[in-house]
Design a binder for this molecule. Structure first.
Ligand code: B1N
Length: 832
């Protein structure tokens, strides 16, 4: 495969006047030099990984000049910087994305080809940094892409987990987790900054003292100190010079501890200390709901927030800034409550460490922070036991009590005599064991609070944060999520991108509103034909990958009906399964039943401790085993569980979908972003009125969307009136037959126990109302089938979906954040 080539010339002529040489010859030379000088290989001995690394460094060289110029900007006193604080950044592979944003993709592909290299093979080598669980982490990554593309000076701050989200294997139908050793072969995209470090303290006690001016002050005498080291990754915008920086923190032991230990001869104590310190950034918690009460998780949160805030204060002081104006230089966004302890930490830095008085410090803090909420599930709202919190952060606990005392005074002022309200709004939950309520801290300490879709924001105002909305309505606003069309269309779907660009030019990539211009081709038969050809090609690619990864043969001319997302009962992958079994039953009853050939594809990870979610994976695979091998079905239905769904293989999945399953119980999915990725790639959606589905349907038109199911209001009122799943069960024979298939052991070699937890949960609780929605879902699926049988109609709907999805670009979302919350403007970067 690899034609060998020679390394020649020195590194000196790679850089021309501080600018890297972007000519093809220059790229080729740089690449060869990285094989030799960076990887230490003669071309003959270079492995695929060596070649990938050399190409990655070649591309990184192209970023550096832009990066350094952008970082210089960050040091300008007259500009405001967005600082996006997130415990998760689910970036996905860098190489291909950077090539696209640089505009070098074609050149490099061709050059590689001339060298005898298949660039796809090199792309395959890249380990993706899976530093997130799902939507929330991926949203942060899309926002970094858009911030850079819109030329907004910005930093992402987070955690450099040594192990990201686990790799998923499916063994005997069950999920098996493997640690994600993404750093094993090195990471060419990061630059370690060992000189940028901060100390982060834990535990101990506080002590009052008088400062030189005789003022009452408090100092924190910690029990333990850990060092945070910065690792920077460049984030280049699309076809601009702005190259922002993602700064991730790694925990290390503080040297002095070791020296002390050596002095008293306690070598093993020192080693313990080192290992203990490094634990903090060892592993990402694989839950996409908070884990109650895990000390290490709280330590992770404080660790990265403290490093990040100290970094901002240092940068600001370097500029000679006066801390009372800190909020004119930094706008800090809290990505959910995971970094919400930042409110107390900034107060501590301003008051304790920089001698500010409480009131001005509080004003700075509130003006600096914005808070994005990502969930309505009450059990998912983060709270920390007061004992745990106070033990780790005695000073922050005091600060939070003081914030709370002042805040509750205001509440009492506004609502005299309403002590119930005071208890509801308190930063401390005192209804039983005492907890610190992180969402309340984030609300009180921010000037802006937003939800991530219109419905979600409305429900926040009406329910979860209702008291806060009543008291400070001006803080609340909506920012409907978006996704980057660079990764999720240009990179993932080159065929479709070429087709679109051929018709309307390439400006849609940064202005996807322009996709509307496709509408005038919707009735053009040749265009429709091309549209179908592209989709078929994408389906063939996915079919190939499915065969490789699962051994299952699927028919690319069948409808690809796909649900990929984290496994969660509220997302209702099992509702999808009920539909599959219903179709299967119809075939079993009448093998001549005219079923529309479909391939049902599932993908997604279950939290390792989530019993029901893991059982749903097993159910999907068990149903697959039966359906895929039944001669009555005769290949007309296929069921696939695609293992290890992640950003890297998502690229093959979204573009291949005909139908996108967005079937969560209304009111439970805050927004969803997969829904957007599918529709932008020409899939039609079957979905409930939940999260951003509502707005997608508004944009693409009700006639181009398969709607079904209860509304959020229906769900609430059903719940209030005592929902009885059994009633739906009794009145629907098809549903009964489906449930009977499962509970009889038909899919589990006669084992009636295996799926009884699932069945019992549906029949006797059904928290997420699958049975109530089953009938409507079946009807909507019937309409899907009808539409799909008319390929001209389907293509028309598909084109209109793509043409009308412009709103869901993360560029639009980021523009809104910039204008309404951060008050920042673009600052173009020049290279001279
Ligand atoms: O955030 C996404 C939304 O599109 C999804 O609807 C929402 O479910 C998701 C704790 C979370 N909400 N909360 C989390 C993740 C990790 C964790 O430890 C909670 N993820 C979401 C983007 O807005």
């Amino acid at each position: 495969m690899v034609k060998r080539f020679e390394a020649r010339q020195s590194a000196a002529d790679v850089c021309v006047g501080g600018r890297s040489d972007m000519s093809l010859e220059g790229l080729r030379r740089t690449f060869r030099e990285h094989v030799f000088y960076t990887q230490g290989r003669f071309p003959m001995g270079a492995s695929r990984n060596d070649l990938y690394m050399a190409l990655a460094y070649t591309v990184r060289d192209q970023l550096l000049h832009r990066w350094i110029r952008t970082v210089e900007q960050l040091g300008r006193e007259d500009i405001k910087i967005v600082s996006y604080l997130s415990a998760e950044f689910l970036l996905g592979p860098h190489l291909e994305n950077n090539l696209i944003n640089l505009g070098l993709y074609e050149d490099v592909r061709r050059t590689a080809e001339e060298e005898g290299l298949d660039i796809q093979v090199l792309f395959d080598q890249e380990e993706e940094p899976g530093l997130g669980n799902g939507g929330l982490g991926r949203l942060a990554a899309c926002y970094l892409d858009s911030l850079a593309t819109l030329e907004i000076p910005a930093m992402g701050y987070g955690i450099r987990y040594e192990f990201g989200i686990f790799d998923q294997e499916i063994r005997d139908g069950w999920q098996v987790e493997h640690t994600d050793q993404w750093l094993r072969l090195g990471n060419p995209w990061e630059i370690a900054r060992p000189e940028i470090t901060y100390h982060v303290n834990f535990g101990g006690r506080t002590e009052p003292y008088e400062d030189e001016q005789g003022r009452y002050r408090v100092r924190w005498i910690p029990y333990r100190t850990v060092k945070g080291v910065a690792y920077d990754t460049p984030i280049l915008g699309y076809r601009v010079n702005t190259c922002n920086l993602l700064r991730l923190w790694k925990a290390e032991a503080v040297e002095s501890f070791e020296f002390e230990a050596f002095n008293v001869g306690d070598y093993y104590g020192a080693v313990d200390q080192k290992i203990y310190s490094e634990n903090i950034t060892k592993v990402l918690y694989p839950n996409d709901e908070p884990i109650q009460g895990k000390q290490l998780r709280l330590e992770q949160q404080y660790f990265f927030v403290s490093c990040s805030l100290q970094d901002m204060v240092r940068i600001y002081k370097l500029l000679g800034g006066d801390l009372s104006r800190f909020s004119s230089h930094f706008a800090i966004q809290l990505n959910d409550t995971h970094p919400a302890i930042g409110v107390a930490e900034l107060m501590r830095l301003l008051v304790d460490e920089n001698g500010m008085d409480w009131e001005p410090a509080w004003e700075v803090t509130c003006n600096t922070f914005g808070y994005t909420n990502h969930t309505l599930l009450p059990e998912a709202l983060e709270k920390w036991p007061v004992d745990l919190f106070a033990g780790l952060f005695p000073r922050h606990m005091e600060i939070i009590y003081e914030i709370n005392r002042r805040f509750l005074d205001e509440v009492r002022n506004r609502f005299p005599g309403d002590e119930d309200r005071v208890a509801r709004m308190s930063l401390i939950d005192e209804s039983g064991e005492r907890y610190v309520r992180m969402a309340h801290l984030a609300c009180v300490g921010s000037h802006a609070v937003n939800g991530v879709a219109e419905l979600h924001t409305r429900l926040l105002k009406e329910e979860v944060l209702r008291d806060f909305y009543e008291m400070m309505p001006e803080k609340f606003n909506n920012k409907t999520n978006g996704v980057t069309p660079r990764r999720f269309v240009v990179l993932s779907n080159p065929g479709l991108s070429r087709l679109i660009t051929g018709k309307i030019g390439e400006t849609w990539v940064s202005r996807p509103e322009e996709l509307r211009r496709l509408e005038k081709f919707v009735d053009d038969p040749a265009f429709r034909e091309e549209w179908r050809r592209v989709k078929l090609e994408n389906k063939k690619n996915l079919a190939r990958l499915i065969r490789e990864r699962t051994g299952i043969e699927v028919d690319p001319s069948s409808m690809f009906d796909i649900q990929v997302k984290r496994l969660h009962e509220y997302k209702r992958q099992h509702l999808n399964v009920l539909h599959i079994i219903a179709l299967y039953n119809r075939i079993k009853q009448d093998p001549a039943y005219d079923v529309c050939p479909r391939t049902f594809i599932f993908g997604g990870k279950a939290a390792p401790g989530y019993f029901m979610a893991k059982r749903i994976i097993k159910l999907i695979n068990s149903v697959a085993d039966v359906v895929n091998h039944d001669s009555d079905v005769n290949g007309r239905l296929k069921v696939v569980f695609f293992p290890d769904f992640n950003v890297k293989n998502a690229k093959f999945i979204y573009p291949a979908a005909d139908l996108s399953e967005q079937i969560s119980t209304a009111g439970k999915e805050a927004s969803g972003t997969g829904n957007m990725k599918f529709s932008m790639n020409g899939a039609l959606t079957i979905g409930t009125l939940d999260g951003a589905n509502v707005e997608i349907r508004e944009e693409v038109g009700a006639e181009n969307f398969f709607l079904f199911g209860l509304t959020a209001e229906d769900v609430t009122s059903l719940q209030k009136n005592g929902y009885q799943p059994m009633e739906y069960y009794r009145s629907n024979p098809e549903l009964q037959a489906v449930i009977e298939r499962i509970s009889s052991g038909y899919f589990s070699n006669g084992d009636q126990e295996l799926f009884s937890p699932l069945v019992d949960s549906l029949l006797f609780h059904d928290t997420f109302m699958l049975l109530a929605d089953f009938g409507a879902y079946m009807d909507a699926q019937r309409q899907v089938e009808e539409a799909y049988r008319d390929q001209e109609r389907w293509t028309r709907m598909s084109i209109l979906n793509v043409a009308r999805m412009g709103k869901f670009s993360s560029d639009r979302a980021i523009r809104e954040y910039c204008k309404d919350i951060w008050k920042v403007e673009p600052v173009p970067v020049t290279l001279e």
